[in-house]
Design a protein around this ligand. Sequence first.
Ligand code: GLU
Length: 505
Amino acid sequence: MVRVRFAPSPTGPLHIGGVRTALYNYLFARKNGGKMLLRIEDTDQTRFVPGAEQYIVEALGWLGIEFDEGVHVGGPFGPYRQSDRKPLYRRYAEQLVADGWAYYAFDTPQSLEERRKAAEAQKGTFQYDCTTRMSMENSLTLPADEVRRRLDEGQPYVVRFKFPEGVDITVHDMIRGEVTMNSRLLDDKVLFKSDGMPTYHLANIVDDHLMEITHVIRGEEWLPSAPLHVMLYRAFGWEDTMPRFAHLPLLLKPEGNGKLSKRDGDRLGFPVFPLEWHDPKSGEVSSGYREQGYLPQAVVNMLALLGWNPGTEQELMTMDELVELFDIEHVSKNGAKFNVDKARWFQHEYFQQLDDETVAAMLDDQVRAHVVEAGHDYVLEVAKLMKERITFPRELWDTCRYFFVAPTEYDAKDVAKRWSPDMHIHMQKVIDILDTVPFEYDAIHQALLEDYIKGNGLKMGSVMNSLRIAVVGRTVGPDMLTLVMMLGKDETIKRVKRAIDTITV
Ligand code: GLU
């Protein structure tokens, strides 16, 4: 039974790189008929940010990434918040010490700082590891009764992992293959502190084991920690049930040099967070995909393809199709460049899939917000006609406003290009035609385009674009006669009259 987890730390809003990690876990779980759980890793209280956990739950819910177990839905392996599991970890730390895989270290922050400075003076760096641990103040160097006394007295300590010297540790990564590191290079990481809190490494391994996680799918930034994790499984004697690892490629800046950051989003005008985030400390607001009007399906589809492809050219995939097609084998080893245009393209595609009534309801809200009255059928008709030009809901009003209010200004450039002095005469003729022929598409087409414009050898582009300037304010919009039919005879004539009276060339 496949069991995967998404295990964020609530240190702020969830970056879209984290969302992608959650998505890949979800797709993998569903594809394999497994379970997906949400575990909150909040053991580092100094980095805890209020509201971050709720944000994570809300963001993943918005995107349709569902969990079978987790902090918000419960489940048989709970609690799913590490701070609620605090009493559990001590005994695992103590077991490692008893088995010789870890030791108590009493070094004070000051003494560690001194060692660091001394190393720097020698142009080196200090690392607490197999080469230095025997010169430090810990249960490997102090007599046993002294260690006992210090512990009984409640002196502050940490438990450090004791890497065996000179062993090659191999991580079998599903994406990268075998990654081997020698323990000589690795420092004796802190696993547990005397305040009773485990560090990330200990809590993560203990919980993955107790929650029977089969696959750890996470960001590449955790690859350097993986040898320690493999060693911890060995130290606990859990190697035979150790999960398989898959480290996902980084999400890169659009230019490809370095990790995608919030600053890139600010610089290039796209969100790097799923939802808007109000920083509780600074009050700073960061934009979110949801508030920008992105559809969750568009964000999911775009993220799925940042670092994975189905092995074909297919780009548009629903969540169900993604589940069907997803496989770790097609996850790339290389970082994936974020592409703003592509994000907008997906959004445009998914916007087109919205049904007309949904788009009409969005448009209706904006029409009302501009204190304009319009009937439902009319709004629906506008929505149907204009949908293909829309990417974000917020564009609806600006793109469609001339269906609801007459222009009061005329684009100077368009006027200069299209409105010649004789246009007043031709526009007067338009009014006459609209007034006299039956108000039907074909009849107007015949009378205006065929008989008048073509019949008199006039330039089609000039006359029709001038009419457009009169009705719309500039030379944009759908088929001109369709627009005239929708606005109706009186409104069209009113607009053309106003243009004749206003435009001077
Ligand atoms: N808490 C870690 C994070 O914030 C989890 C890393 C992992 O998946 O092991 O990303």
